[in-house]
Design a protein around this ligand. Structure first.
Ligand code: DON
Length: 587
């Protein structure tokens, strides 16, 4: 009957034709289903940047080439965190198994000192470590990207800068989310409270930032084209003269000129002397999966492995996702790992970090003995563990997998949204406020509410402790999951929960990322959970065990992942539905 009509038959053929294409590539989505692609996937917090990465892969670039182009593109299209003026970590695993952790974290300038943010009475001067020129660490991003290219890239630096240059010069359409953040002081959704001013208030303190990003109050509307001519010039200089231009050329001079004018302390020598560090990735295992992650000055890798080691001793799978008993165990584990973070962790170039002890299985089983299955431990009662005795000797993320199986997990940051708020005059990019990640004063919380220790105190040349946790998981020795997130200290718990969701609860990468999350960081002694994340019954059950809850629920993290389907070898992209413009793209 149906096929008697030729028109219907033709339509049927057309539909069949399109359906037969679908299994090979689902180029873009943000849904419960991951994006799937046969060759390569880029998951990032910005749709345009993800597409830039895929274009590089299609041109024959590898995952590292794509990572460099994505990082530079994000510096244009995602100014809240994408950056030239910040720093971060890039974890690379090549298809042949070679693994490298590139540390391009900012460092404290030569004139920085332990008490630089204290007044005469020894009190922390409010916002001094987080707003303006004194908050800026020596940026590492450009040097980090250069190093990644030298070690593993295959394309020309100029060609990798080109997409970012074009986006800055020709502009890109302002998204609904970007228009909202630049014109108000709120996010579209309630986020974890950080106690810093919103973007409009922050950026309006600095005339150059106000002019470029807020258009002096004539705020960008959705769909308008945002062009950044000064940033385009900076990218053009970087393109023509190479990455060292940032540290030795006109760009360096522009940074230093602004520093001198506005009471900053970064000098030309500081910039010339900046060096990224190649580190050995940290390794652990969880229920037979191998965990490869970031070593110090990230606290994330150590805390992640410590927590996985503790949780491995419990059958989370049969306790069930979001059950009170499972969540109790995870909260107790987080509390303990964050207590250790505060005590032991800092830049390994300056302090001895008991890495092996903290990530040892014996240490974890010792710690788990202190966990009461029925009762929350008060954080005040928790003293950091005896990690040294187990030591036998001692904020936007993107994930990329290419067609050969090379993988990059990159988290980099300006620290707070829009960093210090200050844009380099004539160079068009924002500077970080990473100095706030140091301990300004022991016992006084930073912008993320972290109480930190002496190991993370300020010293010239030192890297502030970070929570960024770019991570790669292997199954049977093969690439399985590439993951990371922004979110300050919540990063570590976000990465933890995504891994638990995949391994223990059998979720795909998109489900694992979208599933509701919670966070505990030892101090303050409160559990934060996401809106609608915990039922009232669950909260009651956990309160009965003695857990204390934050009165405010906020969304946690913006995770970006790629998973390999072991059966088909397809790349599955998961992009956080918490990120308004976050997308996975593939081909
Ligand atoms: O390195 C760190 O731990 C922080 N500077 C990260 C900040 C961050 O994730 C902000 N994102 N929401």
């Amino acid at each position: 009957m149906f096929f008697r009509n030729r028109a219907f038959f033709l339509i049927f053929l057309l539909i069949f034709y399109f359906i037969s294409y679908i299994p090979y590539s689902k180029p873009q989505a943000a849904s419960l289903y991951p994006v799937y692609a046969k060759n390569g996937v880029v998951s990032s917090s910005d749709r345009i940047a993800s597409e830039v990465g895929v274009e590089i892969l299609k041109k024959g670039g590898n995952a590292v080439d794509a990572a460099i182009a994505v990082a530079l593109a994000l510096a244009v299209t995602y100014p809240t965190a994408g950056n030239l003026g910040g720093g971060g970590f890039m974890l690379i695993r090549m298809a042949d198994g070679k693994t490298t952790a590139i540390d391009y974290r900012e460092t404290a300038p030569a004139k920085a000192s332990r008490d630089m943010y204290l007044d005469r009475e020894g009190k922390v001067i409010p916002s001094s470590s987080s707003i303006g020129y004194l908050a800026v660490g020596i940026p590492g991003t450009v040097a980090g990207l250069k190093l990644a290219l030298e070690k593993y890239g295959t394309m020309k630096w100029q060609d990798l800068v080109e997409p970012a240059y074009r986006l800055a010069k020709d502009g890109f359409p302002v998204s609904y989310w970007l228009a909202h953040t630049l014109s108000t002081n709120t996010d579209l959704v309630d986020r974890f409270p950080r106690g810093v001013s919103g973007p409009r208030e922050l950026l309006s303190k600095f005339p150059e930032s106000k002019r470029i990003f807020l258009r002096d109050g004539n705020y960008y509307k959705v769909g308008e084209i945002l062009k950044q001519p000064e940033l385009a010039q900076t990218l053009e200089r970087l393109q023509k003269e190479g990455p060292d231009e940032f540290y030795q050329g006109t760009t360096a001079q522009l940074i230093v000129k602004d520093m001198k004018k506005h009471g900053g302390i970064i000098t030309l020598e500081d910039l010339k002397g900046y060096k990224p560090v190649v580190r050995e990735a940290l390794r652990g295992d969880y229920r037979g999966y191998e965990i490869i992650t970031m070593p110090p000055p990230s606290s994330g890798g150590i805390a992640l492995i410590e927590m996985l080691n503790i949780l491995e001793q419990y059958d989370l799978k049969s306790l069930g996702f979001n059950s009170s008993q499972r969540n109790h165990l995870i909260i107790e584990t987080m509390r303990r790992a964050f207590a250790d973070r505060a005590e032991f962790l800092g830049d390994p170039g300056f302090v001895k970090v008991p890495i092996k002890g903290l990530i040892s299985k014996n240490y974890a089983s010792q710690i788990s003995k202190s966990i009461n299955l029925n009762k929350a431990t008060q954080s005040q009662e928790i003293k950091p563990g005896q990690a040294f005795s187990y030591e036998s000797d001692s904020t936007t993320h993107f994930s990329i997998v290419d067609s050969m199986g090379n993988a990059v997990a990159n988290t980099y940051t300006l620290n707070g949204s829009y960093g210090s708020g200050a844009t380099v005059t004539g160079a068009g990019f924002l500077l970080n406020n990473e100095m706030d990640d140091f301990t300004a004063k022991i016992g006084v919380p930073n912008d993320y509410g972290l109480i930190q220790g002496d190991a993370n105190s300020i010293t010239a040349g030192k890297r502030p402790l970070s929570s960024m946790t770019p991570t790669i998981v292997l199954k049977d020795g093969k690439l399985f999951l590439v993951i990371g997130s922004p979110g300050g200290p919540t990063i570590i718990n976000t990465v933890l929960q995504v891994i638990l969701n995949v391994i223990d609860h059998n979720m795909n990468v998109q489900q694992a990322i979208d599933a509701p999350r919670f966070h505990h960081q030892w101090l303050p002694d409160i559990v934060v959970f996401e809106p609608y994340g915990f039922s009232l019954d669950l909260v009651d059950l956990l309160k009965n065990k003695g857990h204390i809850f934050s009165s405010k629920a906020g969304y946690i993290g913006n995770a970006q992942g790629v998973m390999i389907d072991p059966q088909t070898n397809f790349r599955l992209g998961g992009s956080d539905s918490r990120g308004a413009d976050a997308r996975s793209a593939g081909y």
